[in-house]
Write a new protein. Sequence first.
Length: 364
Amino acid sequence: MKYDYLIVGAGFFGSTFARLATDDGKTCLVLDSRPHIGGNSYSKKIEGIDVHAYGPHIFHTNDDDIWNFINRFTKFNNFRLCPKLQSDGKLYSLPFNMNTFYELWGCTKPEEAKAIIESQRLKLDRPAANLEEQALSMIGKDLYELIVKDYTTKQWKRDPKDLPASIIKRLPIRFTFDNNYFNDKYQGIPVDGYDKMFESMLDDIDVIVDENYFDNKDHWDSMADKVVFTGKIDEYFNYEFGELEYRTLEFQHELLDTDNYQGVAMVNFPSLDVPWTRIVEHKHFTGVKTEKTIITREIPAVWNKDKVPYYPINDDKNTEIFRKYREKADSLPNVIFGGRLSEYRYYDMHQVIGSAMSTYKKHK
């Protein structure tokens, strides 16, 4: 059988594209090198707790079309992310909000916090040249040194002066007593887990897992009229223009003989003396009642191309390398590139769905 589409990668982009194409009467074969579907959003039940295998994934969006689409495949709870930060034995609220400013400076009024931040802000008459300048221009010296500087250095394994300013723009700041990390009107976690959600998305679609596309590329390409590739774009072209760099992580999952370890889903640790950037306690995503709990420590790792790529490093060098790959990709009429790794850009889950929707509409 020859398919209309071979889709390489069963994460959000590939699964969304496959679902839309199948709904339109197209035939799809989905291939993934991992032993499961769902990409980095995959979750699995352990001791009755839904564990996010590759770090926490909280779905959030303001887009009605995306929300309606994803709700075809699961029901969501009303989880809201309200993380904490631990530094020098003290806990602070995240994102930056009036609770944080009270904990740090004793501020009880927004005007007080604004005045402190304004007095500490780096004043620039040009765009920020790097992450450090961007952070200092937004939040001032105290917040930068307490929360951003060491955390970013540990997370990215680079000095903030060597990272692009755009990274810090993803960090919310508000002058209300509101610990909800996201502002989106739709937020939550799939009540049955991301694994069940992806199974529903790919229902009635042919899927092969634990199969590396590059081990038999010619064979798989011959199986379909067009290829949708969601993997690393530099790997697709055999690293012709060099390797693109990513931030990567190692996850240490631990089952603990207690019903509540830290009382919140996520605690961040900025200190360079602590090897992990955060600890996630998974049961707080769903509120499940169990006698034990499972935590995950996220530890930044040194990148090489054999590691799992999580976050692109969009500095000048990597952006130029990607531009060359993108030009070459555009010359292939029967291959569609999409998703974080093929587009070499940071996407939240809802943004990947949106990208897959627009890409499918363009190519159908």
